[in-house]
Design a protein around this ligand. Structure first.
Ligand code: TRP
Length: 466
């Protein structure tokens, strides 16, 4: 049994660094930027509730499956899938699942980097006091000016992408680990400070009500799309479905418990999302803003708070800086699978592999840059009437929706099938190291059901199940 296979890329120094790195991948713009605006777009409590349910019944089991597959294969997802499939006497074409993930990661990073760029530019705005006593309108204008300037967006997008390339180029220990050790705990503390501030605005109770009241009326208006968005967010936020966590798992030492690590990662990730909601929505309500602001939500709300609070320019700059770091530690995981493959199969040095991939992603990112200005009214699917709201989406919205709501869950379906039907029971039990415990059995059942659940959500979303 090739249990002692080694990764050619090195290993995490300890299970803690793995947990930190995987949490670094999971916690990012998805929690603080994407979760609040999707919650608002999808009517609040019902979305939050379904999101939490998806994390528990699909997210955690698939997270464990990905880490387990990665550690068993010890290579890039493409080669891991192929090796494990051959070992199990199955079809080597399972490697295509690895390729599918590489493409998804590529597409996601292309826009992630642009939004990461917004975050960096907000460090400068807050640090230079641009928001002092600003009104909602004033803050709005600053955001609009930023996104309507392609040159500025491209500049920050380039800075962000360069940072991602640098860390990936340095490799597992020197690059990825160092970046996450200090940043994650600091971000968490900043969030607590912000939530503390928001409790004093007077609209905290309203926000709690908005986030945690399951409102059947909103849900029944368009159940398919709300459930799909919530499930997509669960995959996105936990970095599932494209091999990011799998490749991180391939650097995990053998003595670490995958089960405990997964619970820790999922808990931290969910907590950060909920805290972000608790920080943002009280401000939205206190200033009578429309929650449904779209992707600019946090950039139009939090600066108001920073403009009012004592020391706001310091706290604001810190917050956006830490958010940029959180985004950075996520971004690296989006290209790590592709980089690992280039190193393994094309014998490239890490720094070249990271640069080529980063540069290609940078070009793709231009589509997102222009989605906020010159191409904002370009709706590629407009001609297909029956797609309904799809016809109103610009390129950025389409890339985001395609990856999170379709590609990641689809990847999750196949990862689940692989873990249950391709790998032997002995192999999964051995790698998860949970014996024949109840936890192991529950895991098997949940992973077995996951493809069905995801499939049902898909069918709902396209209207087949009403
Ligand atoms: N989970 C990250 C976030 O919430 C984004 C991310 C990193 C990601 N790696 C991923 C999303 C892999 C999907 C797949 O910001």
């Amino acid at each position: 049994m090739p249990r002692i296979r080694q990764s050619i890329h090195g290993e995490w120094s300890s299970r803690w660094t793995f947990i930190l790195a995987a949490t670094g991948s999971a916690v990012g713009l998805g929690n603080i930027w994407r979760f609040p605006y999707l919650t608002a777009e999808n009517g609040g409590g019902a979305f939050v509730f379904i999101y939490l349910a998806c994390v528990a019944v699909i997210g955690i089991p698939v997270l464990m499956a990905e880490i387990m597959i990665g550690r068993r294969g010890r290579q890039s997802p493409i080669n891991t899938m192929e090796t494990l499939a051959i070992e199990a006497g199955d079809n080597p074409h399972w490697r295509l699942l690895g390729w599918f993930g590489v493409i998804a990661g590529f597409l996601i990073l292309s826009y992630y980097s642009v939004i990461g760029g917004w975050t960096i530019s907000y460090v400068l705005y807050t640090a230079s006091n641009s928001f002092e006593n600003a009104t909602a309108d004033g803050v709005n204008t600053i955001f609009t000016n930023l996104v309507s300037s392609p040159g500025t967006l491209i500049a920050w997008h380039s800075v962000f992408m360069l940072l991602a390339i640098i860390v990936v180029a340095r490799g597992v220990k020197a690059g990825l680990e160092v970046a996450v050790k200090f940043m994650m705990p600091s971000l968490f503390i900043m969030l607590l400070i912000l939530v503390g501030y928001s409790t004093t605005t007077g609209e905290f109770a309203h926000a709690i009500d908005y986030l945690f009241t399951f409102d059947m009326d909103t849900l029944s208006a368009r159940p398919g799309s709300i459930i799909l968005a919530a499930m997509g967010q669960a995959f996105f936020s936990l970095s599932l479905g494209m091999g990011a966590i799998m490749v991180y798992g391939s650097y995990l030492p053998h003595d670490a418990s995958i089960f405990k690590a997964s619970l820790g990662i999922a808990f931290a990730d969910t907590l950060v999302a909920v805290l972000a909601g608790l920080a943002i929505f009280p401000i939205v309500f206190a200033y009578n803003m429309e929650p449904n602001e779209g992707s600019g939500l946090i950039f139009k709300t939090l600066p108001i708070a920073f403009g009012q609070m004592p020391g706001g320019s310091f706290f604001g700059a810190m917050f956006f800086l830490l958010l940029a770091f959180a985004a950075w530690t996520s971004a690296i995981s989006l290209i790590e699978p592709a980089v690992a493959w280039l190193v393994e199969n094309k014998n490239l040095k890490r720094r070249y592999a990271a640069s080529y991939i980063g540069i290609a992603c940078w070009f793709l990112g231009l589509l997102t840059v222009f989605s906020f200005n010159s191409l904002s009214d370009f709706h590629p699917l407009e001609f297909i009437d029956q797609f309904g709201s799809l016809g109103k989406k610009n390129i950025f919205d389409l890339i985001d929706g395609l990856t999170s709501n379709i590609m990641l869950p689809l990847g999750g379906i196949f990862v689940s099938i692989f873990a249950i039907y391709v790998m032997s029971r002995e192999a999964t039990r051995d790698e998860l190291d949970m014996g024949d415990s109840i936890a192991y059995k529950v895991w098997r059942v949940l992973v077995m059901i996951a493809p069905i659940t995801v499939g049902v959500v898909f069918l709902h979303a396209i209207g087949i199940l009403g």
